[in-house]
Design a protein around this ligand. Structure first.
Ligand code: HEC
Ligand code: HEC
Ligand code: HEC
Ligand code: HEC
Ligand code: HEC
Ligand code: HEC
Ligand code: HEC
Ligand code: HEC
Ligand code: HEC
Ligand code: HEC
Ligand code: HEC
Length: 394
């Protein structure tokens, strides 16, 4: 495509001229000065250190006609020799905005070349670039598989499979969520994945869920922290996003609800639905079957699924023909709380008293009988021991 190449070249040169950032002084070092050695050279260990000129000339920088010392700026005053080790390429001389972002990011220790390569730098729109949409997960994973679980979780999760395996360009890559140069730790409020920004970030694709979620009790701001009570990443594992059709995921969501609603998880686990869930029956009611998922409302909100007017319908979803009486069953019965479950509490109390009196009575009974029994046994033994004595006498 000569026309396109020419266009790119012209555009590149124009941009270069516009930037007016060529750091070359007059009578500057020529590429030939470098190529005298670097066209064909091996280092002491026999490693070829020749600059890959084909890669360079095929890259966009090569097409723009960048000189060696535009990037290897520390040899700009080259006089025939240079130190064994040189500074990383001075990409920031031209891309100073990018350099600024990277040097304030979590990757301040990484060089531009670590992600972009050296001489083969291509635009992200080029599918062969390591920074292109479908290849970034592999790029990030090349370091992060050794640094944490996120990369492998992502690659196994629904987003990673959709992007990398199914080639679905609408699925997020690491860069979609984290950015490329401005990547920061999750706890940094300037970062893209800071907790308060997560709902909007996930919602940029899952747009249809946002209005439902926004009306829920969890989108309301917590008085103490000023942040939403629960965001997407509190209920969904961010990287190991699974399909909702997998029983394992539905079990996991119960645990996530329980992270914040510990007492409710405990009482749920004591009840029938909870016991069955723990045994692995995915069909039984989970938190979200009764409360909803993105539309959870306060239980005293008349529109709530568990409000008096709606609870029968909620149970009927699974218990055909459920009545108001049936729905009286408290899924969070807490037998230790007289305030929450007075009937169950007192019934349980009465049961305890009954058991205590029955066992107490029989204990007392046995205790009183014991001395008599012992006397009886001793008498019996005495009676049985006499005959041998008589035999001796005989
Ligand atoms: C006289 C030969 C010679 C010339 C001329 C020369 N170099 Fe080198 N260069 C070397 C050798 C030898 C090494 C390998 C050092 C090593 O790793 O042992 C090297 C290494 C390098 C490296 C890798 C440094 C690193 O930190 O690993 C760069 C970049 C480089 N040269 C750029 C240039 C540029 C740009 C020019 C022209 C301005 C140039 N060289 C001219 C001999 C030369
Ligand atoms: C677009 C910027 C750029 C230009 C132009 C450029 N280089 Fe490099 N070069 C790099 C980067 C990036 C690296 C990888 C190391 C690093 O991060 O600094 C590199 C690495 C090298 C190395 C080390 C061996 C290797 O291949 O990794 C040599 C030698 C070298 N360059 C020579 C040259 C020579 C000679 C020229 C001119 C013909 C040149 N470079 C032009 C950016 C550039
Ligand atoms: C002498 C100035 C200069 C240097 C040094 C330089 N670049 Fe560039 N680079 C440009 C110009 C000009 C463009 C084309 C205009 C644009 O898109 O920004 C460009 C384009 C790019 C692109 C593609 C942009 C796109 O549109 O997708 C990437 C990626 C890139 N450079 C990375 C680097 C890296 C990494 C280095 C260091 C190894 C580097 N550049 C060194 C001037 C430079
Ligand atoms: C952690 C990996 C990483 C590092 C480090 C990194 N980049 Fe990038 N860079 C990327 C990715 C990924 C993209 C593609 C962004 C996208 O798809 O929106 C990119 C895109 C670019 C672009 C083109 C912007 C565009 O619109 O396509 C330029 C220019 C660039 N980088 C320059 C640099 C320079 C200069 C440095 C060093 C100061 C650097 N990068 C360091 C990963 C990195
Ligand atoms: C060349 C190796 C390398 C590459 C490639 C790389 N990273 Fe990193 N990344 C690191 C290192 C090293 C750290 C800092 C050490 C740490 O805290 O784990 C880091 C830190 C991070 C952090 C902050 C983690 C924290 O706990 O502070 C995030 C988020 C991150 N990287 C995401 C990415 C993404 C997304 C990509 C791909 C665009 C990527 N990284 C590519 C090496 C790399
Ligand atoms: C769908 C959006 C999304 C994608 C895709 C994604 N992340 Fe994340 N990532 C997040 C969010 C949100 C957080 C912070 C909350 C959390 O850990 O759940 C995070 C946290 C991290 C952290 C820990 C940061 C810290 O400070 O603890 C690292 C490292 C990381 N991601 C790397 C990656 C890498 C590497 C990839 C790609 C292989 C990737 N992420 C893909 C959204 C995403
Ligand atoms: C209070 C916990 C909670 C929050 C907060 C939450 N989700 Fe969910 N999400 C769930 C539960 C539970 C399900 C499973 C619903 C089911 O099985 O019917 C689910 C299901 C999903 C599904 C699958 C489609 C469906 O409804 O079955 C997607 C996609 C999703 N959530 C995305 C998001 C996004 C994006 C956000 C943030 C805007 C978010 N979730 C916030 C608990 C939550
Ligand atoms: C770039 C767009 C994009 C972003 C951002 C995004 N997702 Fe997704 N998500 C998708 C696509 C596309 C799918 C469907 C993949 C498939 O079915 O193969 C999906 C699937 C899901 C599923 C599984 C749904 C099901 O029916 O099983 C959940 C859960 C989910 N995403 C949650 C999240 C969360 C939480 C975030 C934010 C941390 C997020 N997504 C960010 C595009 C996105
Ligand atoms: C079978 C249906 C059902 C299931 C399953 C269920 N709940 Fe409930 N939940 C209810 C009903 C009904 C109420 C209202 C009880 C009342 O009137 O106090 C309630 C009340 C609540 C409340 C309000 C606080 C309170 O003290 O009453 C929270 C929070 C809650 N549930 C969380 C959960 C969590 C977390 C789970 C999963 C671990 C869960 N629920 C499972 C039906 C259910
Ligand atoms: C990050 C913490 C967090 C997670 C995770 C979470 N919630 Fe909540 N939820 C809250 C807070 C905070 C409130 C408001 C205070 C309260 O009433 O407990 C709330 C309120 C509720 C209420 C209304 C309670 C009432 O008093 O009326 C219900 C019901 C509820 N959540 C159910 C769930 C379910 C079901 C899940 C899982 C799908 C879940 N929550 C996950 C923090 C969380
Ligand atoms: C997602 C489906 C689902 C929902 C919603 C649901 N349950 Fe259940 N429940 C089950 C299953 C499955 C069983 C065990 C099978 C059986 O014996 O019926 C069960 C068992 C029970 C049992 C004990 C077993 C029995 O049959 O006596 C009670 C009591 C009960 N549920 C009450 C409720 C109440 C009250 C509600 C509404 C607040 C409710 N359930 C909502 C699925 C559900």
């Amino acid at each position: 495509m000569p026309t396109l190449r020419l266009t790119i070249r012209v555009a590149g040169l124009a941009a270069l001229a516009a930037l007016a950032l060529l750091p070359l002084p007059a009578g500057a070092v020529e590429d030939e000065d470098c190529l005298a050695c670097h066209a064909d050279l091996e280092d002491a260990a026999g490693e070829r250190i020749a600059a890959d000129l084909d890669q360079l000339s095929e890259s966009m920088h090569g097409e723009m006609g960048l000189a060696c010392v535009d990037c290897h700026a520390d040899v700009a005053d080259f006089d025939g020799e240079h130190p064994e080790k040189l500074a990383p390429a001075a990409c920031g001389d031209c891309h100073d905005d990018v350099l600024g972002a990277v040097s304030e990011s979590a990757h301040m220790g990484q060089s531009c070349g670590d992600c972009h390569g050296g001489h083969e730098i291509r635009a992200a729109a080029d599918e062969a670039a390591p920074t292109s949409l479908f290849r970034t997960p592999a790029l990030c994973a090349s370091c992060h598989e050794a640094l944490g679980e996120q990369a492998s979780q992502y690659l196994d999760g629904i987003h990673g499979r959709a992007l990398v395996k199914s080639g679905l360009k609408f699925a997020p890559s690491c860069v979609t969520c984290h950015g490329a140069h401005e990547i920061l730790p999750a706890g940094d409020p300037r970062g893209r994945v800071y907790r308060t920004k997560v709902a909007a970030m996930c919602g940029s694709c899952h747009e249809g869920l946002i209005s439902t979620y926004s009306g829920s009790v969890h989108a309301q701001l917590d008085a103490a922290t000023g942040e939403a009570r629960a965001v997407c990443s509190d209920c969904h594992p961010t990287h190991a996003v699974g399909s909702r059709n997998l029983p394992a995921w539905r079990q996991a969501v119960v645990a996530e609800c329980g992270e914040c609603h510990g007492a409710m998880l405990e009482s749920f686990s004591d009840g029938f639905h909870g016991q069955a869930t723990l045994l692995g029956f995915a069909r039984v009611a989970k938190c979200s079957d009764c409360h909803g998922s993105h539309d959870v409302l306060a239980v005293d909100d008349p529109a709530s699924r568990v409000a008096a007017a709606n609870v029968v319908a909620t149970c009927s979803g699974c218990h055909e023909g459920a009545t108001a009486n049936w729905a009286d069953y408290d899924p969070h019965a807490d037998l230790s709380s007289p305030a929450r479950n007075p009937q169950a509490y007192w019934a349980q109390g009465a049961m305890k008293v009954l058991l205590a009196s029955v066992f107490g009575f029989f204990f007392l009974h046995t205790a009183l009988w014991l001395p008599r029994s012992l006397v009886a046994i001793r008498r019996g033994r005495d009676a049985g021991a006499a005959p041998p004595a008589r035999e001796l006498d005989a």
